[in-house]
Design a protein around this ligand. Structure first.
Ligand SMILES: Cc1cc2nc3c(=O)[nH]c(=O)nc-3n(C[C@H](O)[C@H](O)[C@H](O)COP(=O)(O)O)c2cc1C
Length: 196
């Protein structure tokens, strides 16, 4: 493992976000497993990427042809080049914060992260074998983990065959102890890092 892309959509910030805390447990375990791996963080918490309007999408596709190393295409290149993709996003309104959707649109670029074969089949161009989606939820996730379902599907499209969800759920339910639930998820994080 040489490069881990850490996509940080923990919008409440590292001081308070439980998703951030869980992501750090997982990344520490990855660092122990692959000491030479570089972790590159894509910070989405400032909402710096603009929503992809038609004009921006056209401009982006034009640059993908004529100036493929233009910074506008950085999200796509970093997604393509990562050996492991780790996405951390809290469970918001049954999926994830919109900043992550915006980023994933910028990362999905024809000719960089996916292409069409001569036979018209869609083919992913990313090299990661695994994508790890980390989330924490106030309530239950079962049967409605739509953020993970979507990211898994997009990962397939981009050529990342396996997706794993690392989650702590029920953190805001009265009577639950969020620390206990988070600690359990931290144990899952260690096991997952060992299995990849
Ligand atoms: C804008 C917003 C939307 C949320 N939507 C949901 C939801 O649909 N279902 C749910 O169970 N919890 C929801 N929650 C609660 C969060 O999933 C939960 O508190 C989570 O642990 C927050 O993660 P964080 O500590 O990393 O910010 C929402 C919280 C916020 C702030």
């Amino acid at each position: 493992m040489d490069q881990i892309l850490f996509v940080d959509a923990c919008m409440r910030g590292r001081e308070v976000s439980r998703t951030w805390q869980l992501s750090q447990s997982f990344l520490s375990a990855c660092q122990a497993r692959w000491p030479r791996a570089e972790i590159r963080r894509r910070d989405l918490t400032g909402g710096d990427l603009p929503p992809l309007t038609a004009a921006l999408a056209e401009e982006r596709d034009r640059r993908a042809q004529s100036q493929p190393r233009d910074p506008m295409l950085d999200p796509a290149w970093e997604m393509r080049g990562a050996g492991l993709v780790v996405i951390a996003a809290p469970y918001w309104d049954l999926s994830f914060p919109s900043a992550l959707k915006v980023y994933l649109e910028w990362a999905s670029v024809l000719g960089i992260t996916f292409r069409y074969t001569d036979e018209g089949a869609q083919e992913g161009l990313c090299r990661a074998e695994h994508l790890v989606y980390i989330t924490t939820a106030g309530g239950p996730l079962e049967g409605q983990n739509f953020g993970f379902d979507y990211v898994q599907g997009l990962g397939h499209m981009l050529g990342i065959p396996r997706a794993h969800c690392l989650a702590a759920q029920g953190l805001d339910i009265q009577g639950n102890d969020p620390d206990v639930l988070l600690n359990r998820a931290r144990e899952d994080a260690l096991l997952l890092a060992g299995r990849l």
